[in-house]
Design a protein around this ligand. Structure first.
Ligand code: GSH
Length: 240
């Protein structure tokens, strides 16, 4: 049953922002965008690292004395608890497509971005001060190389880290082309109204498109006017 208790007590923890983005984590931004879309009340807290989260990943929420991690689980929980669902009008086919798009973003395109931020030497020099920017300088110097080694291990475990930079670019370009084809001339991914899928796509694409980092995937987004228009539209509506 939906609960109408005011949610002044719900705290949302996300990684720091930079370059005008509220957070440089696509998963944190997905949740933030979804919360803006639904208008659910909360307090937003910035944390320097994800380690206090229940899964040692960001974002997480704290509600009724309990911590809940994972952007998708959090969104499912809040949808149920507050009975506010931007996807309620979707058909079964559209719901299937929403899952497929989310998997493309969260499980594949995300890792091309991680590769571009953490492996590319020039990008890393810019990004390390942002991603560890919440820590004092001595800690940042010490933790930078350790964190980078850890993320490279994650990339290898996923498989994206086994590819050359050219291959990663090809993988990301293909995802971007697929998203552009699915969006087509529509204003939002499922037509005339924004849904959770738009928050998922926005959070990931803007994190590739906006930061001043070198990336072939960023170039690929620039070659798709409908995606660039979508990013502008989402920003104007939810981050004016
Ligand atoms: N499936 C999770 C993924 C969250 C995630 O990977 N967050 C990243 C930040 S973008 C993180 O906390 N990484 C830290 C780590 O893996 O050590 C979600 O949807 O929330």
């Amino acid at each position: 049953m939906p609960d109408s208790t005011p949610l002044s007590t719900m705290k949302v923890f996300h990684l720091p922002g930079a370059w005008g983005l509220p957070t440089v984590s696509p998963f944190c931004l997905k949740l933030d965008a979804w919360l803006r879309m639904t208008g659910i009340q909360h307090e937003s807290r910035t944390v320097a690292t994800p380690f206090a989260g229940p899964k040692s990943k960001a974002p997480w929420i704290q509600i009724d004395g309990t911590k809940l991690g994972d952007s998708t689980f959090i969104i499912a929980y809040l949808t149920e608890r507050f009975g506010i669902d931007p996807d309620e009008e979707l058909t079964a086919e559209q719901r299937g497509m929403a899952v497929a798009i989310q998997r493309l973003i969260d499980e594949n395109l995300y890792w091309t971005m991680v590769h571009d931020r953490w492996v590319h030497e020039g990008n890393w020099r810019t990004f390390r001060d942002v991603v560890l920017g919440g820590l004092p300088l001595p800690q940042r110097r010490l933790l930078g190389p350790i964190a980078r080694r850890g993320v490279k291990k994650q990339l290898s475990g996923h498989g994206m880290g086994c590819h050359s930079a050219e291959e990663v670019a090809m993988i990301g370009q293909r995802d971007v082309a697929a998203l552009a084809a699915i969006l087509g001339p529509k204003p939002w991914f499922f037509g005339g109204q924004p849904t959770s899928t738009d928050a998922v796509v926005y959070a990931q694409l803007i994190n590739i498109w906006h930061p001043p980092l070198e990336s072939e995937v960023k170039r690929a987004i620039g070659e798709q006017p409908n995606l660039v228009g979508f990013l502008d539209r989402f920003k104007a509506r939810f981050y004016p």
